[in-house]
Design a protein around this ligand. Structure first.
Ligand SMILES: [Zn+2]
Ligand SMILES: [Zn+2]
Ligand SMILES: [Zn+2]
Length: 93
């Protein structure tokens, strides 16, 4: 048995994939490394390896706790309260 992340229950597992970048970085003229998409509102922010860390900032601003990788081929999500990756079935990895 896996431990499960209760934060992903009830959210759409497949929101539309975005093609846009991190808007905050675009305004600042900064570059990002990878993008994360909020599973709750679809906000796109940059990862913690990026200068802006805007995905984490979005969590702190909104309390939206689950993001996913936008990188092609990556299906994992990230739960901030759990500080853990979450698999496609809601299991903590
Ligand atoms: Zn969680
Ligand atoms: Zn950013
Ligand atoms: Zn959000």
């Amino acid at each position: 048995m896996f431990d499960r992340c209760e934060h992903v229950s009830g959210i759409d597992p497949n929101p539309p994939r975005t093609t846009s970048g991190c808007k905050e970085c675009e305004q600042l003229g900064w570059e990002w490394v990878h993008l994360r998409q909020c599973m709750i509102c679809g906000h796109v922010g940059c990862c913690d390896s990026s200068r802006g860390k805007h995905a984490t900032a979005h969590f702190h601003e909104t309390g939206h706790s689950v993001m996913r990788s936008v990188q092609p081929g990556e299906t994992w999500m990230w739960c901030f309260p759990h500080s853990s990756m979450v698999g496609p079935d809601g299991e903590l990895l």
